[in-house]
Design a protein around this ligand. Structure first.
Ligand SMILES: [Mn+2]
Length: 318
Protein backbone atom coordinates (compact mmCIF):
# COMPACT_ATOMS: atom_id res chain seq x y z
CA UNK A 1 0.00 0.00 0.00
CA UNK A 2 1.18 3.49 -0.86
CA UNK A 3 0.99 4.77 2.71
CA UNK A 4 3.31 1.96 3.89
CA UNK A 5 5.78 2.91 1.19
CA UNK A 6 5.55 6.53 2.30
CA UNK A 7 6.23 5.52 5.91
CA UNK A 8 9.38 3.62 4.92
CA UNK A 9 10.50 6.43 2.62
CA UNK A 10 10.19 8.84 5.56
CA UNK A 11 11.94 6.37 7.89
CA UNK A 12 14.84 6.16 5.45
CA UNK A 13 15.20 9.95 5.17
CA UNK A 14 17.28 12.19 7.36
CA UNK A 15 16.50 15.63 6.02
CA UNK A 16 12.90 16.28 5.07
CA UNK A 17 11.10 19.32 3.68
CA UNK A 18 7.31 19.63 3.88
CA UNK A 19 5.59 21.89 1.37
CA UNK A 20 1.99 23.04 1.83
CA UNK A 21 0.34 24.73 -1.16
CA UNK A 22 0.70 28.46 -1.91
CA UNK A 23 -1.65 30.70 0.12
CA UNK A 24 -1.64 27.90 2.67
CA UNK A 25 -4.96 27.37 4.44
CA UNK A 26 -5.80 25.64 7.71
CA UNK A 27 -5.57 22.15 6.24
CA UNK A 28 -2.30 22.77 4.41
CA UNK A 29 -0.67 24.40 7.46
CA UNK A 30 -2.15 22.15 10.13
CA UNK A 31 -1.24 18.98 8.24
CA UNK A 32 2.27 20.20 7.49
CA UNK A 33 3.05 21.27 11.06
CA UNK A 34 1.56 18.05 12.49
CA UNK A 35 3.69 15.90 10.21
CA UNK A 36 6.76 18.01 11.03
CA UNK A 37 6.17 17.58 14.78
CA UNK A 38 5.77 13.82 14.34
CA UNK A 39 8.91 13.49 12.23
CA UNK A 40 10.87 15.58 14.75
CA UNK A 41 9.83 13.08 17.44
CA UNK A 42 11.48 10.40 15.29
CA UNK A 43 14.70 12.41 15.30
CA UNK A 44 14.43 13.65 11.72
CA UNK A 45 15.71 17.02 10.59
CA UNK A 46 12.52 18.54 9.21
CA UNK A 47 11.29 21.92 8.01
CA UNK A 48 7.97 23.20 6.72
CA UNK A 49 8.79 25.56 3.89
CA UNK A 50 6.14 28.13 3.05
CA UNK A 51 5.60 30.40 0.08
CA UNK A 52 4.28 33.24 2.29
CA UNK A 53 4.13 34.11 5.99
CA UNK A 54 1.64 32.16 8.09
CA UNK A 55 -1.71 34.03 8.02
CA UNK A 56 -2.38 35.73 11.32
CA UNK A 57 -5.38 33.54 12.08
CA UNK A 58 -3.08 30.48 12.23
CA UNK A 59 -0.32 32.13 14.21
CA UNK A 60 -1.21 30.08 17.28
CA UNK A 61 -0.49 26.70 15.69
CA UNK A 62 1.98 24.54 17.61
CA UNK A 63 5.04 23.67 15.56
CA UNK A 64 5.10 26.98 13.68
CA UNK A 65 8.73 27.40 14.85
CA UNK A 66 9.52 24.53 12.46
CA UNK A 67 8.39 26.57 9.47
CA UNK A 68 10.09 29.22 7.38
CA UNK A 69 9.30 31.23 4.28
CA UNK A 70 11.27 30.03 1.25
CA UNK A 71 14.25 32.23 0.54
CA UNK A 72 15.96 30.35 -2.31
CA UNK A 73 18.75 29.34 0.08
CA UNK A 74 18.61 25.66 0.53
CA UNK A 75 17.38 23.05 -1.90
CA UNK A 76 19.10 19.91 -0.64
CA UNK A 77 16.64 17.61 1.08
CA UNK A 78 16.58 13.81 0.90
CA UNK A 79 12.83 13.81 0.79
CA UNK A 80 10.20 16.40 -0.01
CA UNK A 81 6.54 15.98 0.93
CA UNK A 82 3.90 18.11 -0.81
CA UNK A 83 0.68 18.32 1.20
CA UNK A 84 -2.82 19.38 0.08
CA UNK A 85 -1.27 20.35 -3.26
CA UNK A 86 -3.16 19.38 -6.43
CA UNK A 87 -0.35 20.07 -8.89
CA UNK A 88 3.13 21.54 -9.08
CA UNK A 89 1.84 25.03 -9.95
CA UNK A 90 0.58 25.18 -6.38
CA UNK A 91 4.18 24.90 -5.12
CA UNK A 92 5.12 28.31 -6.51
CA UNK A 93 8.84 29.12 -6.24
CA UNK A 94 9.36 26.05 -4.04
CA UNK A 95 9.08 23.78 -7.06
CA UNK A 96 12.87 24.15 -7.07
CA UNK A 97 13.13 22.30 -3.74
CA UNK A 98 10.78 19.63 -5.00
CA UNK A 99 12.79 19.11 -8.19
CA UNK A 100 16.08 18.73 -6.32
CA UNK A 101 14.91 16.04 -3.87
CA UNK A 102 15.88 12.36 -4.16
CA UNK A 103 12.46 11.18 -3.08
CA UNK A 104 9.21 13.07 -3.65
CA UNK A 105 5.90 12.41 -1.90
CA UNK A 106 2.46 13.84 -2.67
CA UNK A 107 -0.32 13.41 -0.10
CA UNK A 108 -3.60 15.03 -1.07
CA UNK A 109 -7.39 14.81 -1.29
CA UNK A 110 -8.18 16.91 -4.39
CA UNK A 111 -9.88 14.96 -7.17
CA UNK A 112 -7.92 17.04 -9.67
CA UNK A 113 -4.52 15.89 -8.27
CA UNK A 114 -2.07 15.24 -11.11
CA UNK A 115 0.03 12.57 -9.37
CA UNK A 116 3.21 14.60 -9.78
CA UNK A 117 5.49 12.87 -7.25
CA UNK A 118 7.26 9.50 -6.97
CA UNK A 119 4.92 8.35 -4.18
CA UNK A 120 1.37 9.63 -4.65
CA UNK A 121 -1.35 9.09 -2.07
CA UNK A 122 -4.56 10.86 -3.10
CA UNK A 123 -7.63 10.03 -1.04
CA UNK A 124 -10.59 12.02 -2.36
CA UNK A 125 -12.82 10.55 0.36
CA UNK A 126 -10.79 12.26 3.07
CA UNK A 127 -12.36 15.47 4.35
CA UNK A 128 -8.94 17.02 4.86
CA UNK A 129 -5.32 16.05 4.37
CA UNK A 130 -5.23 16.28 8.17
CA UNK A 131 -7.38 13.15 8.30
CA UNK A 132 -4.77 11.29 6.23
CA UNK A 133 -1.87 12.65 8.29
CA UNK A 134 -3.60 11.38 11.44
CA UNK A 135 -3.39 7.79 10.09
CA UNK A 136 0.11 8.33 8.76
CA UNK A 137 1.43 9.64 12.07
CA UNK A 138 0.08 6.58 13.87
CA UNK A 139 1.55 4.27 11.20
CA UNK A 140 4.89 5.97 11.86
CA UNK A 141 4.58 4.83 15.47
CA UNK A 142 4.07 8.31 16.87
CA UNK A 143 1.33 8.92 19.40
CA UNK A 144 -0.33 12.22 18.44
CA UNK A 145 0.30 14.51 21.42
CA UNK A 146 -1.67 17.64 22.21
CA UNK A 147 0.34 19.79 19.79
CA UNK A 148 0.02 17.40 16.86
CA UNK A 149 -3.66 16.91 17.67
CA UNK A 150 -4.31 20.66 17.74
CA UNK A 151 -2.75 21.06 14.28
CA UNK A 152 -4.78 18.17 12.86
CA UNK A 153 -8.00 19.41 14.42
CA UNK A 154 -7.48 22.80 12.78
CA UNK A 155 -6.83 21.05 9.45
CA UNK A 156 -10.12 19.16 9.72
CA UNK A 157 -12.37 21.93 11.01
CA UNK A 158 -11.21 24.39 8.37
CA UNK A 159 -11.69 22.04 5.40
CA UNK A 160 -15.09 20.85 6.65
CA UNK A 161 -16.30 24.30 7.72
CA UNK A 162 -16.66 22.97 11.25
CA UNK A 163 -18.08 19.57 10.17
CA UNK A 164 -20.77 21.20 8.03
CA UNK A 165 -19.70 20.37 4.46
CA UNK A 166 -20.56 17.24 2.49
CA UNK A 167 -16.97 15.97 2.80
CA UNK A 168 -17.64 15.28 6.52
CA UNK A 169 -17.79 11.50 7.07
CA UNK A 170 -18.07 9.13 10.03
CA UNK A 171 -14.29 8.79 9.87
CA UNK A 172 -13.95 12.58 10.08
CA UNK A 173 -15.88 12.55 13.34
CA UNK A 174 -14.02 9.48 14.66
CA UNK A 175 -10.73 11.20 13.93
CA UNK A 176 -11.94 14.37 15.65
CA UNK A 177 -13.09 12.31 18.64
CA UNK A 178 -9.61 10.83 19.04
CA UNK A 179 -8.04 14.25 18.71
CA UNK A 180 -10.32 15.57 21.46
CA UNK A 181 -9.37 12.58 23.62
CA UNK A 182 -5.77 13.73 23.23
CA UNK A 183 -6.61 16.79 25.29
CA UNK A 184 -7.02 19.62 22.79
CA UNK A 185 -8.89 22.81 23.69
CA UNK A 186 -11.89 22.62 21.34
CA UNK A 187 -13.56 25.89 22.32
CA UNK A 188 -10.28 27.80 22.33
CA UNK A 189 -9.28 26.52 18.89
CA UNK A 190 -12.75 27.16 17.41
CA UNK A 191 -12.76 30.70 18.69
CA UNK A 192 -9.33 31.46 17.24
CA UNK A 193 -10.18 29.91 13.88
CA UNK A 194 -13.81 30.93 13.34
CA UNK A 195 -14.78 33.68 15.75
CA UNK A 196 -11.91 36.10 15.77
CA UNK A 197 -11.91 38.78 13.07
CA UNK A 198 -9.94 41.98 12.61
CA UNK A 199 -11.87 45.23 12.31
CA UNK A 200 -10.35 45.66 8.83
CA UNK A 201 -11.80 42.34 7.70
CA UNK A 202 -15.25 43.34 8.94
CA UNK A 203 -14.95 46.50 6.85
CA UNK A 204 -13.81 44.44 3.84
CA UNK A 205 -16.85 42.17 4.31
CA UNK A 206 -18.98 45.32 4.19
CA UNK A 207 -17.60 46.41 0.82
CA UNK A 208 -17.75 42.84 -0.49
CA UNK A 209 -21.45 42.66 0.36
CA UNK A 210 -21.96 46.02 -1.36
CA UNK A 211 -20.20 44.70 -4.47
CA UNK A 212 -22.08 41.38 -4.59
CA UNK A 213 -24.01 40.76 -7.81
CA UNK A 214 -26.83 38.26 -8.00
CA UNK A 215 -27.20 36.88 -11.54
CA UNK A 216 -28.97 34.17 -13.52
CA UNK A 217 -32.24 34.49 -11.61
CA UNK A 218 -30.48 34.35 -8.30
CA UNK A 219 -28.55 31.16 -9.05
CA UNK A 220 -25.14 32.82 -9.34
CA UNK A 221 -23.53 35.18 -6.83
CA UNK A 222 -20.46 37.07 -7.87
CA UNK A 223 -18.12 39.24 -5.81
CA UNK A 224 -15.20 41.17 -7.31
CA UNK A 225 -12.57 42.37 -4.85
CA UNK A 226 -10.40 45.21 -6.08
CA UNK A 227 -7.15 46.60 -4.66
CA UNK A 228 -9.10 49.74 -3.92
CA UNK A 229 -11.38 47.83 -1.59
CA UNK A 230 -8.42 46.37 0.26
CA UNK A 231 -6.70 49.74 0.51
CA UNK A 232 -9.73 51.66 1.72
CA UNK A 233 -10.58 49.07 4.37
CA UNK A 234 -6.98 48.34 5.39
CA UNK A 235 -7.61 44.59 5.06
CA UNK A 236 -4.83 42.18 4.14
CA UNK A 237 -4.75 39.86 1.15
CA UNK A 238 -5.16 36.80 3.39
CA UNK A 239 -8.38 38.33 4.72
CA UNK A 240 -10.07 37.80 1.35
CA UNK A 241 -10.20 34.15 2.40
CA UNK A 242 -13.74 32.85 2.87
CA UNK A 243 -15.50 35.90 1.41
CA UNK A 244 -16.83 33.73 -1.44
CA UNK A 245 -19.05 32.03 1.16
CA UNK A 246 -21.15 35.20 1.55
CA UNK A 247 -22.52 34.53 -1.93
CA UNK A 248 -22.80 30.79 -1.46
CA UNK A 249 -24.91 31.22 1.66
CA UNK A 250 -27.64 33.17 -0.11
CA UNK A 251 -30.76 31.02 -0.50
CA UNK A 252 -31.20 29.91 -4.11
CA UNK A 253 -27.57 30.44 -5.10
CA UNK A 254 -26.06 27.40 -6.80
CA UNK A 255 -22.65 28.75 -7.73
CA UNK A 256 -20.75 31.53 -5.99
CA UNK A 257 -17.60 33.15 -7.30
CA UNK A 258 -15.10 35.60 -5.94
CA UNK A 259 -12.78 37.34 -8.36
CA UNK A 260 -9.75 38.97 -6.81
CA UNK A 261 -7.65 41.10 -9.08
CA UNK A 262 -4.01 41.15 -8.01
CA UNK A 263 -1.58 44.01 -8.56
CA UNK A 264 0.13 42.15 -11.44
CA UNK A 265 -3.22 42.06 -13.27
CA UNK A 266 -3.84 38.36 -12.71
CA UNK A 267 -7.21 37.38 -11.32
CA UNK A 268 -7.67 34.72 -8.71
CA UNK A 269 -11.08 33.10 -8.94
CA UNK A 270 -12.60 31.16 -6.05
CA UNK A 271 -15.64 29.02 -6.78
CA UNK A 272 -18.18 27.39 -4.47
CA UNK A 273 -21.08 25.16 -5.39
CA UNK A 274 -24.10 24.42 -3.28
CA UNK A 275 -25.74 22.26 -5.95
CA UNK A 276 -24.77 19.48 -8.31
CA UNK A 277 -22.51 21.79 -10.28
CA UNK A 278 -18.92 20.49 -10.19
CA UNK A 279 -16.85 23.66 -9.91
CA UNK A 280 -13.58 21.71 -10.04
CA UNK A 281 -14.39 20.91 -13.69
CA UNK A 282 -14.72 24.63 -14.47
CA UNK A 283 -11.50 25.39 -12.57
CA UNK A 284 -9.64 22.59 -14.38
CA UNK A 285 -10.54 24.06 -17.76
CA UNK A 286 -8.48 27.11 -16.74
CA UNK A 287 -5.59 25.01 -15.42
CA UNK A 288 -6.79 25.28 -11.82
CA UNK A 289 -8.41 22.62 -9.66
CA UNK A 290 -9.95 21.68 -6.36
CA UNK A 291 -12.99 19.82 -5.14
CA UNK A 292 -16.47 19.46 -6.64
CA UNK A 293 -17.87 22.05 -4.25
CA UNK A 294 -14.84 24.28 -3.77
CA UNK A 295 -12.27 25.06 -6.44
CA UNK A 296 -10.20 27.85 -7.91
CA UNK A 297 -8.02 29.06 -10.72
CA UNK A 298 -5.93 32.00 -11.85
CA UNK A 299 -6.50 33.81 -15.14
CA UNK A 300 -4.67 36.58 -16.94
CA UNK A 301 -7.80 37.89 -18.66
CA UNK A 302 -9.04 41.34 -17.62
CA UNK A 303 -11.69 41.53 -14.91
CA UNK A 304 -14.63 42.10 -17.26
CA UNK A 305 -13.51 39.41 -19.72
CA UNK A 306 -12.83 36.94 -16.91
CA UNK A 307 -16.28 37.58 -15.46
CA UNK A 308 -18.04 37.18 -18.80
CA UNK A 309 -16.22 33.95 -19.65
CA UNK A 310 -16.88 32.50 -16.21
CA UNK A 311 -20.59 33.33 -16.45
CA UNK A 312 -20.71 31.56 -19.81
CA UNK A 313 -19.08 28.50 -18.25
CA UNK A 314 -21.50 28.48 -15.34
CA UNK A 315 -24.54 28.99 -17.57
CA UNK A 316 -23.52 25.92 -19.52
CA UNK A 317 -23.59 23.64 -16.48
CA UNK A 318 -26.55 25.11 -14.59
MN1 LIG B 1 -7.40 20.41 2.02
Amino acid sequence: MVLDKIVSALNNSRKIAILPHISADGDALGSSLALALALAQLGKSVKVILEEDIPQVYNFLPGRHMSEVYALKETSYDTVVALDTGDTDRLGKRLEIFRCANVTINIDHHNTNSGFAFHNYVSTDSSAVGEIIFSLVKMMGVNPDQDISTCLYVAIITDTGGFRYSNTTPLTHRTAAELIENGINVAGISQLVFDSTSYEKVRLLGSAIQALELLENGKVALISLTDDMLRSTGAKEEECDGIVNIGRNIRGVEVAAMLRQWENGEIKVNLRSSSKVDVSAIASSYGGGGHKKAAGYITKAGLDAAKKKLLDDIREVL
